[in-house]
Design a protein around this ligand. Structure first.
Ligand code: CS2
Ligand code: MG
Length: 409
């Protein structure tokens, strides 16, 4: 399946750079000069994906018809024999995003138009609010609410623990991958479970119920602990409780869901529809968190979100700073086109990121907006500027219980 005239792929490049944090970006150019961009960033394992793209996929893409997005997806998914997994699927995701970018540019239309057009005027976004104390966390939420957000995620330091996931330092956004070897964080589930209901109660007591409140458990509870926490939080009407347990154990969510009506969100570590098929078809979750950057690109994410829609599950696409502005744009285009949009995480980016990625989507009073007249994904990447920010190996932390045994981070 080669050819395609001016749509034939003639150049494939991988841009690895660190404008504020590490990103891997795929660049595909056609014979006719159209350029498409795809996000291939896998936080803490970036070079594995860069190599998969450079050393294994680029030769397969040269000479192919860039218009045949669906067939190329099948070729890259079924072709290698070894399928799924975060590295393979991040590489396929980047190719898919770049091809949709090219498709839109060839049609002179934004990608959401190719997906069926606008289903909504803007997207509700949520930022990260956090603090070392409950008071700091409440103040951090207040600041976000004053900026116009209708949904806010809250995390706070757990008393008695040396460090806690998700707590920003000063004005810097929280960046977990910041050391050249993994930081070892410590964990105590009893301390966490003792604290979180108090945190959430204080937030609702001081700020009320007029906004959507989210919290991220970050994969650390057992199903019974998660069921208990979900039940404890029911009076506070959470928008969602995220990643309460390690997500690969899909059946665990049947136990959790049986005990609580607190909405459950999961999926940022998933990379294919098979990782969430049971969760969705059994209605064990309320929001699916996959991101186009990790779950097979726009083509595969659309299948996941269409399946989710059949079962009343809404989107909550992952959107930390380690999903690049290209991947964020792909999430946003999907969010405008699907019927079952829930919320879009928008953690924001380090200042330097904008020197390399020029995005046309806008954040306006806590909501994301997109233009009708910007073709493709609407993000351009300045490769010269990217060269000014060389990659530096960074690891995500690991997590150990107080007895020294490994836990989920
Ligand atoms: C977090 C992420 O945004 C979230 O919900 O779970 O920040 C996650 O910790 C990072 O993406 C890991 O790279
Ligand atoms: Mg999360």
């Amino acid at each position: 399946m080669t050819g395609g005239g001016s749509r034939t792929i003639r150049e494939v490049d991988v841009v690895v750079s660190a404008p504020g944090r590490n990103y891997v970006t795929l660049r595909i150019e056609t014979v006719g000069g159209l350029v498409g961009w795809g996000d291939a960033t896998l936080n803490g394992r970036e070079l594995a994906v860069a190599s998969y793209l450079r050393d294994h996929l680029s030769a397969l893409l040269l000479g192919k018809d860039s218009a045949r997005i669906g067939d190329l997806w099948q070729y890259l998914y079924r072709g290698p024999y070894w399928r799924r997994g975060p590295v393979t699927m991040a590489a396929i995701s980047a190719v898919d995003q770049a091809l949709w970018d090219i498709q839109g540019k060839a049609a002179g239309m934004p990608v959401f138009q190719l997906l069926g057009g606008r289903a909504r005027e803007r997207l509700m976004a949520y930022p990260h609010a956090s603090g070392h104390t409950v008071e700091d966390a409440v103040a951090s939420i207040s600041t976000k609410l004053e900026q116009g957000y209708a949904a806010v995620r809250v995390q706070a330091s757990v008393p008695g623990l040396a460090s806690t996931y998700g707590i920003h330092v000063g004005d810097e956004a929280y960046e977990p991958a910041h050391t050249d070897l993994p930081d070892e964080e410590s964990w105590s589930t009893p301390l966490y479970l003792d604290f979180v209901p108090k945190l959430i109660a204080a937030v609702r007591d001081q700020l009320g119920y007029g906004f959507n409140l989210l919290h991220d458990g970050h994969h650390r509870l057992t199903p019974t602990e998660a069921a208990w926490l979900g039940k404890e939080l029911e009076p506070y009407r959470m928008f969602w409780l995220e990643d309460v347990t390690p997500a690969e154990d899909q059946a665990a969510f049947s136990l959790i869901k049986a005990h609580t009506t607190t909405p459950l969100a999961v999926g940022e570590v998933f990379n294919s529809i098979w990782d969430c098929q049971q969760l969705i078809t059994n209605r064990w979750i309320d929001y699916i968190r996959c991101a186009t950057t990790h779950a097979g690109g726009i083509t595969h994410m659309k299948r996941i979100l269409d399946l989710a829609d059949l079962y009343g599950v809404r989107s909550g696409c992952h959107g930390p700073s380690d999903v690049s502005p290209v991947g964020m744009a792909a999430n946003i285009h999907l969010g405008f086109a699907i019927p079952n949009f829930g919320v879009q995480e928008f953690m924001g980016y380090p200042e330097e990121t904008a020197e390399v990625f020029r995005a046309s989507y806008r954040l306006v009073e806590g909501h994301l907006e997109i233009d009708e007249d910007v073709p493709g994904l609407g993000v351009e990447v300045d490769v010269e500027a990217a060269a000014r920010f060389p990659y530096e190996r960074k690891y995500l932390p690991v997590n150990r219980r107080l007895d020294g045994s490994m836990h989920d981070w």
